[in-house]
Design a protein around this ligand. Structure first.
Ligand code: PAF
Length: 282
């Protein structure tokens, strides 16, 4: 049975009881509107820990003033039912007054230079907001493991750097992207897409597939192949297409050899879609 905790004190009591039994605790941080991608995180959390805490909190700190905070999908009843089925032990669902200090002075974790590129260039301050709330959740819950999805590749990279550079005592577990049958990455924002947008959105994973197929011809060929796949789709506006070294998140040039990460972000109608894929440049 999934226990719901809405206060910091309540979730800490659950975790203290688990630790008192010698249990290993995993935290799966989410913003709710749960789907198969989140359930894969919960499933992995159950494999690596004895007690799984899932947080649901639509974090206002990571939304820009013109972004979709107000309309971000929220359905705590549906999330609770899904978590029950998935075997999560604790749902931590605080409201903003509980998690964000009233009268706070705006203290933030600074994501640094990699927080300002790609997603961070399009969404200024986004990663400061993400890291601030993730660090706070880690302090509040105190898990041994934190489970994140590779779908948000830059987020995962920055959370990993934060854990390493601030010596946060938690292990990071990363789970591969869960996709729809046609390849579209599962995302809570897919709910915004109408049937036409849904068809156009297929260009995003298709661009990554095209890049992967061109990997033996180098970075420039990969970028050209991905751009070609996106160019065919009227209505899909590219925000960025980049190939980075996964160890540094810095762009790689045409002579690069080894493991690389291809990242794409595009807008379909009003909906932003991001996706990524690892490739090997031999
Ligand atoms: O990936 C998300 O859903 C959010 O960015 C996170 C990690 C829950 C922080 O608000």
């Amino acid at each position: 049975m999934t226990t719901t905790a809405t206060t910091i004190a309540a979730v800490r009591a659950e975790v203290a009881a688990a630790h008192g039994r010698g249990a290993r605790v995993a935290l799966v941080p989410t913003m709710g509107a749960l789907h198969a991608g989140h359930l894969a995180l919960v499933a992995r959390a159950r494999e690596v820990a004895d007690v799984v805490v899932v947080s649901v909190f639509v974090n206002p700190l990571q939304f820009g003033p013109k972004e979709d905070f107000a309309r971000y999908p929220r359905d705590l009843a549906a999330d609770t039912a899904l978590l029950e089925t998935a075997g999560a032990d604790v749902l931590f669902a605080p409201d903003a007054a509980e998690l964000l200090p009233v009268g706070g002075t705006g203290i933030r974790v600074a994501a640094g230079p990699i927080g300002d590129v790609l997603e961070g260039r399009i969404r200024p301050g986004h990663f400061d907001g993400v890291l601030t709330i993730v660090l706070k959740l880690l302090h509040v819950v105190g898990p041994e493991v934190a489970v994140f999805g590779q779908k948000d590749a830059q987020q995962v990279f920055l959370v990993g750097r934060m854990i390493a550079e601030l010596d946060v005592p938690v292990a990071l577990e990363v789970v591969g992207t869960v996709r729809e049958e046609d390849g579209l990455a599962r995302s809570s924002r897919n709910a915004y897409l109408d049937a036409h947008g849904r068809a156009l959105a297929r260009a995003v994973p298709a661009a990554l597939d095209a890049a992967g197929s061109a990997a033996d011809r180098g970075v420039d060929a990969m970028v050209a192949a991905a751009q070609g796949a996106l160019a065919g789709e009227d209505g899909a506006d590219l925000d960025y297409l980049a190939v980075v070294d996964p160890a540094t998140f810095r762009p790689v040039d045409d002579g690069y050899r080894g493991r690389a990460l291809v990242l794409v972000a595009a807008r379909v109608g009003g909906t932003r879609l991001i996706d990524n894929r690892f490739v090997h440049l031999g």
